[in-house]
Design a binder for this molecule. Structure first.
Ligand code: ADP
Ligand code: MG
Length: 701
């Protein structure tokens, strides 16, 4: 049923076929509905006029455009050719300032009259002690505009749109045409009870005021309401998924803790941290609930996720079922296997490793033992997902480093049990800010290990410039002399791969020269996997003392004897990546060090990243800063950014609104899981309509 909001933009007065095609191509705007939801990213304050004296006094606080009334008393042309510019002296009764033009000089000289009242608008800058505005907007004072007050919306447009005269101003004019037409078609999309409870503006008012606000207060109300609505429907969908799953999918009941007691008493090598205990309780509660567990376990590097994983596996094994752990790489799978095997052997529990490189002849017995149930724990890579791998009774599936696996693979693992899905625990060592976790994994329960084992020495992080290389080498030497090992990591980023590879090779050579008697390994992405694994293994065994590498060593690798992490061109890494790399050291009892090497020139953002790293070891704090610097899409990588393409809410800033919206969605679904109550019909309708838009989109693009 086509409605007003499905009308093609072509038919809006002032658009037409050509502009409609441009808006489609550049901004993905097809319909009236799309345009009305194309929200401005900020507003310019034109509710007030500044006096020039006031501008002079508060210039430090003025970060956006402002408007001033006054007259131009004279023009001056300075310089010639490329450097030619025009200045005008602009005055009001309190003082004077300068207006500057670098382009369209003749047009200005022709059109602007001296000693005539104008309103100018622009962002003032201070040069020496002179205030100036470059390329101000300028319009004659009329009875209509002298006392007007409004907040002027600013829309994101592309270069191409601007070149075709479809700039932010034009979009705001289109909005002014569309809004009055739309008035009677706008329907409320949140239930009345919710509006009242959370004091939210109604939809009509919100759409009007987000674009063309009557006042700052109304703008804020509109913005809050629209952010709330967006986050509410995202959360509603996720929570619904979760509830449906809990409702539909039974889980195996594991409530026999005898095996745990035995392990705790006889084999637990250390006291668990409070955080580990809490998380184990949370998981245990799920696994005995009779419903299928879907839980995300977050814990910073070194927080001790492996033992937690093993204890949960024990719970399944103690209940007569099997457990599996899937890791994203061969090396990681091997390490998990080695770590878990130590515990499993003590308990006399069968455990095996299955990766791509396990030979066919060795697979057969694993397949058999899995199917007849005598093999209890299987660790591996994607190879676990192959057809031939059949469990007798899979009770728990653990997935390490989730962000490297797609959701499709996650569900494939579930289906390894035909009748009852196994409990699923997703583990990640990449701390994700709460707001992101709630959005990306909002359909999962979340557990966090937010505490490191006692006695761990925090890694000491310092920043050194390239010019201090000799000193840094001297420091590496003192650590090697103590029997330690060191990593030296180089950036390797696709576009400039050749150049980066050269830097890496140069670095390798100069290190080999600086440490002629020290065996050095090198590992990078262009090497064959076998060669890579071979070099890694030599370093793990301590045969080589220095590892020169690209970020391939980022994930999970565990060499407790390595105590130095040098990161070259650290300014080129993202914060989360720096933190991950740093996590490769500090795994043993020794004091560990991370040295961030950079050039002398640093951008403001790079400086914040480096300073944050030096200041804190806390992964969650780091990921919050990263979120603020980069925004959610970049933080999580493009593959998931689709889920994070929000119309108005900002996960970096709107954590509070998100929390409230999620609670509201939970309350509604708990009281009315199928959204059948009359007061929830508007929610139901909106869910349907959002589904349709998603479908439409995929069809079009
Ligand atoms: P991650 O969370 O990064 O996977 P691991 O599970 O590899 O961390 O644990 C890191 C190191 O800390 C391991 O050597 C592990 O044996 C040790 N460890 C784990 N929990 C504790 C604890 N409660 N007390 C002392 N050491 C612990
Ligand atoms: Mg680990």
């Amino acid at each position: 049923m086509p409605t007003f909001f499905h009308t093609s933009l072509e038919f809006l007065k002032g658009v037409g076929p050509q502009r409609a095609a441009l808006l489609q191509k550049e901004l993905g705007l097809f319909t009236f509905g799309d345009l009305i939801q194309y929200y401005p990213f900020r507003h310019e304050d034109r509710t007030r006029f500044y006096k020039i004296k006031e501008v002079a006094q508060t210039i430090d606080e003025i970060s956006t455009g402002i408007q001033v009334k006054g007259t131009i008393n004279g023009f001056q042309t300075i310089g010639t050719g490329f450097k030619k510019r025009l200045t005008g002296t602009f005055k009001d009764e309190t003082g004077s300032m300068e207006l500057v033009w670098f382009q369209r000089i003749n047009w200005i000289l022709d059109k602007i009259k001296l000693n005539t009242p104008y309103i100018i608008f622009g962002k003032p800058n201070l040069f020496g002690n002179k205030i100036s505005i470059a390329h101000p907007e300028i319009e004659p004072i009329t009875t209509g505009n002298e006392s007007r007050g409004y907040l002027h919306p600013v829309y994101n447009v592309t270069e191409k749109l601007r070149a075709r005269h479809l700039d932010s101003k034009v979009i705001s004019k289109l909005m002014a045409v569309l809004l009055p037409l739309a008035q009677n078609h706008i329907r409320e999309t949140l239930p009345a009870g919710l509006l009242k409870q959370h004091n939210l503006a109604d939809k009509r008012m919100a759409l009007q005021n987000i674009h063309l606000p009557q006042s700052e207060a109304l703008l804020n109300q509109a913005r809050y309401r629209l952010k709330f609505e967006e986050l509410f429907y995202i959360q509603l969908r996720l929570i619904k998924m979760k509830l449906v799953r809990q409702d539909k999918f039974k889980g195996m009941v594991f409530n026999d803790t005898a095996i745990l007691t035995q392990f705790y008493k006889e084999h637990l090598p250390f006291d668990l941290t409070e955080a580990q205990k809490r998380v184990i309780r949370e998981i245990y509660t799920d696994m005995k609930s009779g419903k299928q567990m879907n839980r995300l376990l977050q814990g910073d590097v070194g927080s001790g996720k492996t033992i937690v994983a093993f204890i949960c596996m024990l719970l399944a094994v103690g209940g007569g079922a099997q457990a599996t752990l899937m890791a994203p790489t061969e090396i990681l799978a091997q390490q998990h296997y080695a770590n878990l095997k130590k515990y499993a052997d003590k308990m006399g529990i069968g455990i095996a490793l299955l990766t791509g490189s396990v030979k066919k002849s060795q697979r057969k017995p694993i397949h058999y033992a899995l199917e007849d149930g005598s093999l209890k724990i299987l660790v591996g890579t994607h190879a676990l997902l192959e057809e031939g791998v059949k469990f007798n009774k899979l009770g728990l599936a653990i997935i390490d480093e989730q962000h490297r696996f797609g959701v499709a693979q996650r569900s494939k693992l579930w289906q390894k049990n035909a009748t009852v899905f196994p409990h699923v625990l997703v583990m990640t060592a990449t701390p994700i800010p709460r707001t992101l976790a709630m959005t990306l994994y909002g359909d999962l329960e979340i557990s966090v290990i937010d505490e490191l084992p006692k006695g761990r020495k925090p890694i000491k992080t310092t920043h050194r410039y390239d010019s201090h290389r000799l000193q840094v080498n001297g420091f590496i030497k003192t650590q090697l002399d103590k029997g330690r090992q060191a990593y030296i990591v180089y950036p390797l980023i696709d576009e400039s791969e050749k150049l980066d590879l050269k830097h890496l090779m140069d670095g390798y050579e100069s290190i080999s020269r600086a440490f002629p008697d020290v065996p050095v390994s090198i590992v990078h992405g262009q090497m064959k996997p076998e060669a890579k694994d071979y070099e890694m293994a030599r370093f793990v065994k301590g045969e080589t003392k220095i590892m020169v590498a690209t970020t391939v060593i980022e994930v999970g690798v565990d060499v407790p004897n390595a105590s130095v992490m040098i990161i070259e061109s650290a300014e080129r890494f993202g914060l989360s990546q720096l933190h991950q790399l740093r996590g490769r050291v500090g795994r043993g009892a020794e004091q560990s060090y991370c040295i961030l090497m950079t050039g002398n020139k640093l951008s403001a953002d790079s400086r914040v990243r480096i300073e944050t790293m030096v200041k804190t070891n806390n992964g969650f704090e780091i990921s919050e800063t990263d979120l603020k610097l980069r925004g959610p899409g970049d933080l999580m990588g493009t593959q998931q950014s689709g889920a994070l393409d929000l119309l108005i809410a900002d996960l970096g800033k709107d954590g509070e609104i998100l929390k409230v919206a999620r609670e509201a969605a939970t309350e509604i679904l708990q009281a009315d899981p199928t959204l059948d109550k009359p007061e929830n019909q508007v929610v139901r309708q909106q869910v349907e309509s959002l589904k349709r838009t998603v479908v439409n989109w995929s069809r079009i693009s």
